[in-house]
Design a protein around this ligand. Structure first.
Ligand code: FES
Ligand SMILES: [Fe+2]
Length: 342
């Protein structure tokens, strides 16, 4: 059975269903407790809660009279609707009707839980897994490798479409223009040739250049002539990881998981793994990462059209755009249209 898009959905119904078949992060693991927590994914309002160690994600609607469960509260047996006190526990099952405690509880009062996975410090939800061939979760290189520290940055909200944001993450020509206060060099603008290579779930790119990645404020400099490798792995539709090869064995991995709240809103999640500077407080990593995303904000929020044109003739391209072109082709191949219900 195909689930239907929520009321006031901002996506074309076919695109919504295609997106609903994939995993998207909706919260950090550390932000979901017993208490009902709100999240929005693909225009669907969700309630998230933890009961007996299990995370439950369901529509934020009480099956009794439609009150949002996120207005309620919790005890050790589940979350409690504020209107008539119905309680929902493991697997979203209703386990108490206070006004008739001795009656059996009809199955109609159970919440329908969505598929949930906890990975990379995030809660991932798939609203409509494809029967027989559920989509795999994106992979984060090095997350569990020896010597790597795991950091899950606070979410970052962008008033723009996830596709535009992800494309910006893959774009190597904007470093010298937008990211010069954080890491890039305004005098190093040339983008050497690189080639995206198609994979089962998207593509990978090895991009070699002399653009360093030490914070602009740091005294560290790479050895003269050092060539930096940025290895991108795109997992369609909206998750990309970047592994930056620092001098020696030092590696920094950033996952850019853009969660489509709606066609016009994106909640960015950014798990990070690194095997150097382990003594530096994680708050500094959060802050640096936040500054980099903040530098991109104005561009991503003001690009027009808001949607990502998948017809390549609709925008002009430059040689540095090989990744963006691969990204648009990949989305088109998955069957996506123009994304918005406009
Ligand atoms: S509306 Fe939720 S218990 Fe009645
Ligand atoms: Fe950027």
């Amino acid at each position: 059975m195909n689930p239907t898009p929520p009321a006031h959905c901002t996506f074309e119904p076919d695109d919504w269903l295609r997106l609903a078949r994939h995993w998207h992060p909706v919260a950090r693991t550390c932000d979901v407790s017993a208490a009902p927590t709100k999240a929005v994914l693909l225009d669907e309002q969700l309630v998230l809660y933890r009961v007996k160690g299990q995370v439950v994600a369901a529509r934020d609607v009480c099956p009794h009279r439609g009150v949002p469960l996120t207005l309620g509260f919790s005890d050790e047996e589940g979350i409690i609707c504020p209107y008539h006190g119905l309680r929902f526990g493991e697997n979203g099952r209703c386990n108490r009707i206070p006004s008739s405690p001795d009656q059996p509880i009809p199955a109609k009062l159970n919440l329908t839980p969505y598929a949930v996975e906890e990975r990379y410090g995030l809660i991932w939800v798939c609203l409509a897994p494809e029967e027989g061939s559920p989509a795999p979760l994106p992979e984060m290189p090095h997350w569990l490798d020896d010597g790597f520290q795991q950091i899950t940055c606070p979410p970052f909200d962008v008033e723009g479409f996830a596709g535009r944001q992800v494309e910006g993450f893959l774009d190597v020509a904007h470093f010298a223009w937008i990211h010069t206060d954080t890491f890039a060099d305004p005098n190093n603008q040339v983008v050497p040739a690189y080639n995206p290579v198609e994979t089962a779930h998207g593509f990978t790119v090895d991009y070699w250049s002399t653009v360093g990645n030490y914070p602009a404020s740091s005294d560290f400099r790479a050895p003269e002539g050092f060539s930096w490798l940025r290895h991108f792995e795109m997992h369609l539709p909206f998750t990309a990881t970047l592994t930056i090869h620092f001098p020696g064995e030092a590696r920094l991995v950033i996952m850019n998981a853009a969660s489509p709240v709606s066609a016009r809103k994106t909640r960015m999640f950014a798990p990070i793994a690194r095997n150097f500077d382990l003594h530096i407080p994680v708050e500094e990593v959060h802050a640096f990462n936040h500054r980099v995303f903040e530098e991109d904000r104005l561009m991503v929020e003001t690009q027009r059209p808001e949607r990502l044109p998948l017809d390549l003739t609709l925008e002009a391209h430059i040689p540095a755009d090989r990744s963006s072109i691969a990204y648009r082709r990949g989305l088109k191949k998955m069957g996506f249209g123009e994304f918005f219900l406009v």
